[in-house]
Design a protein. Structure first.
Length: 151
């Protein structure tokens, strides 16, 4: 069932191949599903699969306990197709582990198209430093669920 006003979130959403986007998706009710190492790695495998399929090029990402941040260069699909596939596949992968019941993701996702003049590496650093700011680790190297093409 659609929540009132949810369609307005999609107004003006543009999917432009070659454009950089920062995507964020949150687990249902912010349940910290990805505190489980193996579940987090299953989701990471799905992020990597989108790159293998040439749907998007991953520039940086972090899997936090209850959400993901993903900086991409969009390739051959729209944002909605990319996220629908990612969410569906990651949900299926986690269901197969037997550790997940019910929906994994909240409906929708947040996206922000980066402007050409923005410092992409600074945004990537901000993304991968989320575990530090959240107090999950003292050093970034101690957090296993992130990557960036520059590091």
């Amino acid at each position: 069932m659609e929540r009132p006003g949810r369609h307005r979130l999609r107004l003006g959403r543009v999917s432009e191949p070659g454009r950089l986007y920062l995507l964020t998706s949150v687990t249902r009710e912010r349940v910290p599903v990805f505190e489980d190492f193996h579940l987090a790695r299953s989701v990471i495998a799905q992020l990597r699969l989108t790159e293998q399929e040439e749907a998007a090029r991953s520039l940086a990402w972090v899997v936090m306990p209850d959400h993901i941040h993903w900086l991409i260069e969009l390739k051959a699909v729209t944002l909605s197709v990319l996220m629908r596939r990612f969410k569906s596949r990651s949900s299926c992968a986690l269901y197969k582990t037997g550790k997940l019941e019910g929906r994994l993701w909240q409906a929708g996702y947040h996206d922000r198209a980066l402007r050409r003049e923005e410092d992409v590496q600074a945004i990537a650093r901000y993304i991968v430093c989320n575990p530090l700011r959240a107090g999950l680790v003292q050093r970034l190297g101690d957090y296993p669920h992130w990557d960036a093409v520059w590091l």
